[in-house]
Design a protein around this ligand. Structure first.
Ligand SMILES: C[S@@+](CC[C@H](N)C(=O)[O-])C[C@H]1O[C@@H](n2cnc3c(N)ncnc32)[C@H](O)[C@@H]1O
Length: 287
């Protein structure tokens, strides 16, 4: 007879291992990995008899990887973003819950034509296509590795019935990319790289430092190296009256009005539930 190890026992052991590895969400991550290995939603774990030896070996392998600070989403292969589940893994930035705020704002704007600059896995573009079927959505991404995930997610969402998005491979700051849309876009959204380059010994946690692509995260000493040319590009794409929504670092609000005011009015910084400034919105003025 095969010995079955109760879920509660395996999860307890995993939580202890992850706590020792200083994973913040140790128990929650252990439960997510258990549900992933057992092929059930987390809420149904209590109904599972337990881990077979093969399933337990797989669970322990994933817990060991998580203890080495591999992101949870790389281990399960998916990241939740609002109502969507996106495929993620090596080579693409894992979408963050805070970016859902920008996506929610974008859905209140909508419009006939929207562009997501620096799209990564496609989180913002696909959330827009899902929530605003009347909007034509174009996603621009430069990294070939990220584009592979973006195309995969775009195909999955289209197969699920969402309006297909258009994927453009290129530099989102290059005036030649999407030049045919200049002056016609209703909405530009972007969560670009914006983190200031860390000083030695003062970097982000291992999940970010070792697994998010550096070109997806860091942008020069003040973190504005991509935002500066990207704002100019967004301004060129937008029609007068069109909206720009941009996620940024919490240190950047003092710099943003001067950076945006050559082309934009109604500049507003939006805070998250913890009070941290997270994204800025602005409206294109006529030239
Ligand atoms: C912080 S990640 C965000 C990805 C996605 N927007 C999200 O919210 O999950 C930034 C993305 O910008 C891409 N990127 C960086 N510089 C770029 C550029 N000049 N043109 C196009 N994409 C760029 C990176 O490859 C990365 O996928």
């Amino acid at each position: 007879m095969t010995t079955v190890v109760p879920v509660s026992e395996a999860v307890r052991e995993a939580t202890a291992a992850l706590t020792r590895a200083q994973v913040d969400s140790a128990r929650s991550d252990a439960l997510v990995l258990a549900a992933h290995v057992l092929g059930v939603p987390r809420s149904r774990l209590v109904l599972v008899a337990g881990f077979t030896p093969a399933a337990l070996a797989e669970f322990r392998r994933l817990v060991a990887d998580r203890a080495r600070r591999v992101p949870l989403q790389h281990l399960t292969g998916v990241a939740g973003f609002g109502r969507l589940e996106l495929a993620v893994g090596p080579g693409v930035f894992v979408p963050r819950p805070e970016t859902e705020l920008l996506a929610q704002w974008a859905l209140t704007v909508g419009g006939a034509l929207a562009v997501d600059l620096a799209s990564g896995s496609g989180a913002l573009a696909l959330a827009l296509a899902h929530g605003s079927p009347a909007t034509r959505v174009v996603a621009v991404e430069r990294s070939p590795a990220a584009v592979a995930w973006l195309r995969r997610n775009a195909a999955a969402r289209a197969a699920a019935g969402d309006r297909p998005i258009e994927v453009v491979v290129g530099d989102a700051t290059d005036p030649r990319v999407l030049a045919e849309f200049d002056g016609t876009v209703d909405l530009v959204v972007s969560n670009p790289p914006y983190v200031p380059e860390p000083s030695p010994g003062d970097g982000p946690p291992p999940e970010v430092a070792d697994h998010d692509p550096p070109e997806a995260v860091f942008a020069g000493p003040d973190g504005l190296a991509v935002i500066r040319p990207l704002a100019a590009r967004a301004a060129a794409l937008l029609r007068p009256g069109g909206w720009f929504g941009l996620e940024h670092d919490e240190t950047q609000p003092p710099a943003l009005p001067a950076l945006l005011s050559p082309w934009f009015a109604e500049i507003a910084i939006h805070r998250d539930l913890t009070g941290r400034p997270r994204y800025v919105t602005a409206r294109r003025v006529a030239d």
